[in-house]
Design a protein. Structure first.
Length: 178
């Protein structure tokens, strides 16, 4: 995965401030909200890119949308809008979360399963796969995918652990055709 240098700089600066103020966990959760908001509402970035709105109008929209967040997080968003770097918003959030995860020994994981995982299943997967990637635990996002037929597929960064029935059938088909 290529790194966004601009986003890394903003995220590192914000992370250093968060550490100084002992706000890393709080701001991490807030940046997860920002990331989810932008991903769920792609029109938001389009609005920030619109030539029909002034910078002040764009900043007012951001203040309204992210009103419940910490002032420093909101000010970072406003700075990105000010510098016409709003398109880096998700990358800044991702980089900040990466910094927090590195310090806490946590990794982000996506688990694909046929049905929603229970809390105990999530904990078991976290314990098993965290050790495989040298971390203490995993932040798991569970995605229900009925195409798997059974089992799970775990993605941690660029590593994929495929224990799904669909994956096993695909591997068997490749073996039989070669």
């Amino acid at each position: 995965m290529s790194r966004n240098v601009v986003a890394e700089r903003y995220a590192l600066a914000l992370y250093k401030i968060a550490k100084e103020q002992n706000q890393v966990n709080k701001w991490e959760e807030e940046l997860r909200v920002v990331r989810r908001s932008v991903k769920d509402n792609p029109d938001l970035l389009s609005l920030f890119s619109s030539p029909n709105l002034t910078i002040l109008q764009k900043k007012n929209v951001a203040k309204e949308v992210f009103a419940k967040l910490s002032p420093t997080v909101v000010n970072t968003i406003l700075l990105l809008i000010d510098k016409n770097r709003h398109n880096h918003l998700v990358d800044v959030a991702n980089a900040f979360i990466d910094y927090a995860n590195q310090d806490n020994g946590v990794a982000e994981a996506t688990v694909y399963s046929v049905r929603a995982l229970t809390a105990s299943e999530t904990e078991a997967i976290s314990a098993t796969f965290a050790a495989k990637v040298g971390r203490r635990s995993l932040n798991i996002e569970n995605i229900v995918d009925s195409d798997l037929l059974g089992g799970i597929k775990v993605q941690i960064g660029n590593r994929i652990f495929d224990g799904s029935l669909r994956g096993q059938l695909d591997r068997l088909a490749r073996t039989l055709t070669t």
